[in-house]
Design a protein around this ligand. Sequence first.
Ligand code: SF4
Length: 191
Amino acid sequence: KANGKVTIDQIEPLSKKSFPLCMRQLQESLKQEHHLRHWGRMQYGLFLKGIGVMLEDALRFWRAEFSKKIDPDKFDKSYSYNIRHNYGKEGKRADYTPYSCMKIIMTNPPANGDFHGCPFRHSDAGLLRQRLASYGVSKDGVNEVMGLVSNSHYQLACAKYFDLTHNVEASTIGINHPNQYFDESQKILNP
Ligand code: SF4
């Protein structure tokens, strides 16, 4: 699926198999809250663009979820501009690039009520442990990941999580971008 078109109904299943933790968290939060705040919409929206969600689908996807909580007209008025903007259809018409790990780890740390950021950098250690276990990572695996986290090796922790969840042994894949994570995952799962 790397660099192909991704349809709306593929997003949820893909999130469970091929999304890095940061993006799976945003997908889950969006479904739970029917809302994401600005930096969550930016981080997730640009990632989705990067995996191949087309503009019209992106608008339908966000509209369907937000409309569970707000009036669809309000969505059109308040949020659709930003999504079109991310696809370069408004404003400067620049083609906005999905955020790298460095950018996500180093800038705009999440506040209360935010779900963006890098979970390896920004999550409470106890919650991160629970989340990893709930995603099927073994106890030893969780300990390995958390060891890297406690030494501030966030991207190595992400790579270890990748190895553990794709049944590859100590791959040499370095993770530096959520979209690269996705592509590497699809190469393994969907060769
Ligand atoms: Fe996402 Fe990068 Fe953090 Fe992995 S290291 S969870 S891809 S920001």
